[in-house]
Write a protein that binds this ligand. Structure first.
Ligand SMILES: Nc1nc2c(ncn2[C@@H]2O[C@H](COP(=O)(O)OP(=O)(O)OP(=O)(O)O)[C@@H](O)[C@H]2O)c(=O)[nH]1
Ligand SMILES: Nc1nc2c(ncn2[C@@H]2O[C@H](COP(=O)(O)OP(=O)(O)OP(=O)(O)O)[C@@H](O)[C@H]2O)c(=O)[nH]1
Ligand SMILES: [Mg+2]
Ligand SMILES: [Mg+2]
Lengths: 292, 279
C-alpha cells in the first residue's frame, strides 16, 4: 500500500525540518503510481503531482505526525478539496415540474439510477414520474417499467415509435394532470461520437426546461472517461455526475479526473443494484478510496 | 509520437503517455518501457523513430498472441458458450451476436436466459433470439439460474441442438455469493454435459480501467475463463487493459464487439488491434 511504500522512504529521514528534494521526488513517484493505478487520468495526475510538489516542499515536518502520516494527510487533503463542492444536492425548480435528464455511455447504470433517483425524491415528499425515452435498446422500456412497478413508482412511456423529445413533451402534459412535480428522463446509452444520438440529447435540451442534466458514469472507467464526458458536457452543459457501481473494489480515480477537468459536481453514488443502494457523494471517503 | 520525438527522453515520455492513456496500466507500461531503454537511439533518430513503432507493434503483438483456438463449433458434441462479466459489460448483446453468427453455419442453437434476476433481462434476450431466429428456453424472473441451465442442456439434447448459448446476470467479482452462483452453474454443466465443448467468455468493456484486471482474475479463479470478449470497441477507448490481462493472467482475447448491431462482432486479430491502438 501507499503507506508501506512511504514507510520505506521515510525510514531514512532522521532530521526534523523540511524534507529534502530527493525524499519529495521519491514520495511523488509513489503517489503518481498510486493515482495511475487508481485510473486517474494521466494528464490530471501530471498536474496534480506538480501542484503537490510545491505543497509538500513548503511543509515542515510536524512533531505530532510521522512523515508518512503527514504526506498522506496532505495528498488526501488535496484530493478531497478537488472532489468537494458546495452545490452537491439536486436543485428543485421554483416552478414545477422539476425535470431531470440522465445521460451517459452504454451500460453505465442510467435506467437503474433513474429509479433510485425517483425513490429518493419520493422519500423527500415529492411525486416523481419516470419517463422512458430509450426507444432503441431491446426491452429498455420494459426494464424501466418492471423496476418502476417493483418500487411502486409510475413510469410514462409511449413505446418505440415516438421521438424522445415528443415522449418528454407528452409526459409533461400527462404529469400536470397527475400532479407529478419531479420528472426523471431515462435516455438511451450512446457514444459521444454518435452525432445523431448526441443531437437527440441536444434537441431535448433545447426544447425542454431541464433543471438538472446528470451524467451517469461507471466508477470502473479508465483513461478515456474524461474524453467522452467532455463531449456530453460541451453538448448539453451537464450539471452533475452520478458515479455508479462503487460497491465493487474499483479505486474510482475517474472521479478525480472528471472533477478536475470538467468542474462538474459529483452529486451521488450508486452502490448496488437495489433501489436504495444510493447515497450522496462524500469527497473524503472517495479520496481515501482513490489513494488506496 | 513516432515522428515528432526530438530525443530519447522525449520519445520515452510520449511512449509512456500513449500506453497509459490506452489503459495498459503502470506495470505493463513499465515492462514495455524497459525494453526501449536498452536501445541505442542515435542510429534510429534519422528515421524519425519509425523503427520504434514497428518494434512496439512486435512487442504488443507478442504479448497478445495466443495458441488458444478461436471459437470453433464441434459438430460431434454439445457446444456450450457461457457469457459472464460485470454489470453492463455487454453479455446479453454479445450472446445475440454470437447466435447471429453461428446461425449462418448451423441452425441448431438454443439460447439460455440464465439472468433471472435483472428487470426485463429475459425479455431482452428473447427479442435478440427472435431477431436471430434461435429458440430460447422459457423461464421467469426469479427462477434458479442453475435450473435454467439444466433445462437448457436437456432441451438441447431433446431437440437435437448442438449449440447452447448461456447469458448470465451481471455481477461484480467481489460479490462472493454471486460468484458461487456461477460456480454452481459450471458444476451443472460439467455434470450434465461433461463431454461438451465449453467456452466461458468474459466480457470486458473497452472503457474499463485497471479494475478489469481484478475482474479477470476473480472470474478466472472461479470458473476458468477460456476467452475475453472485448466490447464497445466502437468508442474512443483503446481497450489496452487486455494487454495487461494477457501479460498477468495469460487469458486470450477471442472476440471484439464493435457496435450495437447483430453483425458487429469480429474475431480478435492481434495485429489489427495493435494497429488501432497505436493509431
Ligand atoms: N453492482 C452494481 N450494479 C449496478 C449499479 N448500477 C447499475 N447496476 C447494474 O448495471 C447494469 C446496467 O445498468 P442499466 O441501468 O441497465 O444501465 P444503463 O445505463 O441504463 O444501460 P443502457 O441503457 O443500455 O445504456 C445492470 O445490471 C444494473 O443492475 C450499481 O451501483 N452497482
Ligand atoms: N456501442 C456499443 N454498445 C454496446 C456494445 N455491446 C453492448 N453495448 C450496449 O451496452 C449496453 C449494455 O449491454 P448489455 O448486453 O445489456 O450488457 P450486459 O452485460 O448484458 O448487462 P447486464 O446484464 O445488466 O449486466 C446496451 O445498451 C448495449 O446496446 C458494443 O460493442 N458497442
Ligand atoms: Mg438503460
Ligand atoms: Mg445482460
Amino acid at each position: 500500500s501507499l503507506t508501506d511504500k512511504f514507510q520505506t522512504i521515510f525510514k531514512k529521514i532522521k532530521n526534523k525540518g523540511k524534507l529534502n528534494e530527493n525524499d519529495i521526488k521519491n514520495c511523488l513517484h509513489e503517489i503518481r503510481i498510486a493515482l495511475l493505478e487508481a485510473d486517474v487520468n494521466y494528464k490530471v495526475v501530471k498536474e496534480f503531482i506538480d501542484s503537490l510538489h510545491d505543497k509538500i516542499q513548503q511543509e515542515k515536518i510536524s512533531e505530532s505526525l510521522s512523515p508518512t502520516q503527514q504526506i498522506i494527510k496532505i495528498v488526501n487533503g488535496e484530493i478531497t478539496l478537488t472532489l468537494g463542492c458546495k452545490q452537491n444536492d439536486l436543485s428543485i425548480s421554483p416552478a414545477p415540474p422539476t425535470i431531470i435528464m440522465l445521460v451517459g455511455l452504454q451500460g453505465t447504470g442510467k435506467t437503474t439510477t433513474a429509479v433510485k433517483l425517483a425513490n429518493y425524491f419520493r422519500k423527500k415528499g415529492h411525486l416523481p414520474l419516470l419517463i422512458a425515452t430509450d426507444i432503441y435498446r431491446p426491452a429498455a422500456i420494459e426494464q424501466l417499467q418492471v423496476l418502476g412497478e417493483k418500487s411502486n413508482l409510475p413510469v410514462f412511456s409511449m413505446g418505440k415509435n415516438e421521438s424522445a423529445v415528443n415522449i418528454v413533451k407528452a409526459a409533461i402534459k400527462y404529469s400536470s394532470k397527475k400532479n407529478n412535480d419531479v420528472l426523471i428522463i431515462d435516455t438511451a446509452g450512446r457514444l459521444h461520437i454518435d452525432d445523431k444520438l448526441m443531437n437527440e440529447l441536444q434537441e431535448i435540451n433545447e426544447n425542454i426546461p431541464l433543471q438538472e442534466k446528470l451524467l451517469i458514469v461507471d466508477a470502473m472507467a479508465g483513461q478515456d472517461a474524461v474524453n467522452s464526458a467532455k463531449v456530453f458536457c460541451d453538448k448539453i452543459k451537464v450539471s452533475g455526475i452520478i458515479l455508479t457501481k462503487l460497491d465493487g473494489d474499483t479505486r474510482g480515480g475517474v472521479a478525480l479526473s472528471l472533477k478536475k477537468v470538467l468542474g462538474v459536481p459529483i452529486k451521488f453514488i450508486g452502490i448496488g443494484e437495489k433501489v436504495d443502494n444510493f447515497e450522496p457523494f462524500h469527497p473524503e471517503r472517495m479520496a481515501s478510496r482513490i489513494l488506496g | 509520437l513516432f515522428s515528432n520525438s526530438k530525443d530519447k527522453i522525449d520519445f520515452l515520455e510520449k511512449l509512456e503517455e500513449l500506453l497509459i492513456l490506452s489503459d495498459l496500466g503502470t506495470s505493463a507500461t513499465a515492462e514495455i518501457m524497459n525494453e526501449f531503454q536498452q536501445i541505442n537511439f542515435r542510429e534510429y533518430k534519422e528515421n524519425n523513430f519509425i523503427f520504434f513503432k514497428e518494434k512496439l507493434k512486435v512487442i504488443l503483438i507478442d504479448i497478445l498472441n495466443s495458441t488458444a483456438p478461436d471459437i470453433k463449433i464441434n459438430e460431434n458434441r454439445l457446444n456450450i458458450i457461457m457469457l459472464v462479466g460485470v454489470n453492463g459489460s455487454g453479455k446479453t448483446s454479445i450472446a445475440g451476436k454470437i447466435a447471429y453468427r453461428l446461425k449462418n453455419i448451423n441452425n441448431d442453437i438454443i439460447m439460455v436466459p440464465a439472468d433471472t434476476f435483472r428487470a426485463a433481462a429475459i425479455q431482452q434476450l428473447k427479442i435478440l433470439a427472435c431477431k436471430v431466429g434461435a429458440e430460447m428456453i422459457n423461464t421467469k424472473e426469479g427462477a434458479d439460474p442453475a435450473s435454467v441451465v439444466y433445462d437448457g442442456i436437456s432441451a438441447a439434447r431433446a431437440r437435437k441442438k448442438n449449440i447452447v448459448i448461456i447469458d448470465t446476470a451481471g455481477r461484480l467479482h467481489t460479490k462472493t455469493n454471486l460468484m458461487n452462483e456461477l460456480e454452481k452453474i459450471k458444476r451443472v454443466i460439467q455434470k450434465e454435459a461433461n463431454d461438451c465443448s465449453l467456452e466461458i467468455l468474459q466480457t470486458i468493456d473497452a472503457t474499463m480501467g485497471q479494475n478489469a484486471i481484478a475482474q479477470a482474475e476473480f472470474f478466472n479463479k472461479s470458473l476458468g475463463v477460456t476467452g475475453i470478449a472485448l466490447t464497445k470497441m466502437d468508442g474512443t477507448a483503446k481497450g489496452g487493459i487486455v494487454i495487461a490481462i494477457k501479460k498477468e493472467l495469460d487469458i486470450p482475447v477471442k472476440l471484439i464487439s464493435c457496435g450495437e448491431k447483430l453483425n458487429n462482432l469480429y474475431d480478435f486479430k492481434a495485429e489489427k488491434f495493435v494497429e488501432a491502438l497505436l493509431d
